[in-house]
Design a protein around this ligand. Sequence first.
Ligand code: AMP
Ligand code: MG
Length: 394
Amino acid sequence: MKSVDRHLADIFATVRPLAPLEVDLERAHGTVLAEDVASPVALPPFDNSAMDGYAVRAADVAGAPVVLPVIEDVAAGDSELRAMGPGMVTRIMTGAPVPAGADAVVPVEWTDGGTARVTVHRPVPAGNAIRRSGEDVRAGEIVLRAGSVIGPAQLGILAGVGRRRVLIRPRPRVVVISTGAELAEPGTPLGHGQIWESNSFMIAAAVQEAGGEVFRAGAVTDDPQRFLDALEAQLVRADAVVTSGGVSMGAYEPVKEALAPLGKVVFEKVAMQPGMPQGFGVVGDDDVPIFTLPGNPVSSFVSFVLFVEPALRKMRGLPEGPPLTIRATTTAYLRSPAGKRSYLRAVLSGEKVAPVVGQGSHQLAALASANALVVVPEDVTELPEGAEVEVIPL
Ligand code: AMP
Ligand code: MG
């Protein structure tokens, strides 16, 4: 059997980062920056008030309380300001430029709030409540590096340095196809021998959480030709395809039957539990990567975490590597098959991890109650309560 690490290495050898593309800021959220972004100007671009109050010369209020004449009001956005002579003050709002001649701002709370004349109750040091030009960013400074994931704050700074468009690596477009003659669409009645189709919903959500854009093609029956037709119809919009089911050792395995003869998808046994039957390769004229995951829901999910998520990260332009793990202490005795790496569903809280009841690969409710996978190495068959284990948080 092939090792989990070897299978992931083969996937990384095939999968490439998507080509960079320039998009409007509105479409950049969740993508990965593909250029270093510098600010064309200093930020703030001009000295401005950090508070609502009065621009003063600090020396004029040193003997506070003092009464001083207010020469004008300046609000944020005002550009024509009168320079202030000695003994004068300007009523100023947060974000408004500091007038020439002023060297401090007195908060309105420390005054009587006057509009023609103002009583300043307290002295302020020079520079008080002034946000200096360049205090956040110097002109020409790089504010975000290529490879940064663009979240809300990163979008904020891109807009803040005046960018309208930005070079990014897009979200991978992932088509999800389930197979199985027994599958009924949720919301429709179940016939005898049927189950409601769940994998496509689960995998679609996982794709979105992994930063991809998903097209859920729904379920096809166990006819290889139907599967190929569905695949072909979807391929035009795919950077990757994820299928579930139809790759085991039985009869009526449409994914395997349809793709194996094409010679570009390899079906193998990977030494893991759950999720032993795996397939990976490329399809179509553009050699689109395809992950053919096993149909058992928990197997499908674990396979996604181990193989598809890391591949999507690479496609997005993020560093290549397996899922991150942390160390925790198991609260129960654990068993694991010899020769396979197992991924036990568990609840992680703090530094303790408790395996959930129901470790069958069909036990989707148990998976839904878990928030972590305990990784038990191939050569370990049991672990006592209190053992330190490796955990993949979900
Ligand atoms: P397969 O890999 O096609 O042999 O399927 C293995 C098991 O997973 C069978 O019990 C299937 O009924 C079940 N299964 C396959 N696909 C799905 C799906 N999309 N949703 C829920 N269960 C599925
Ligand atoms: Mg099936």
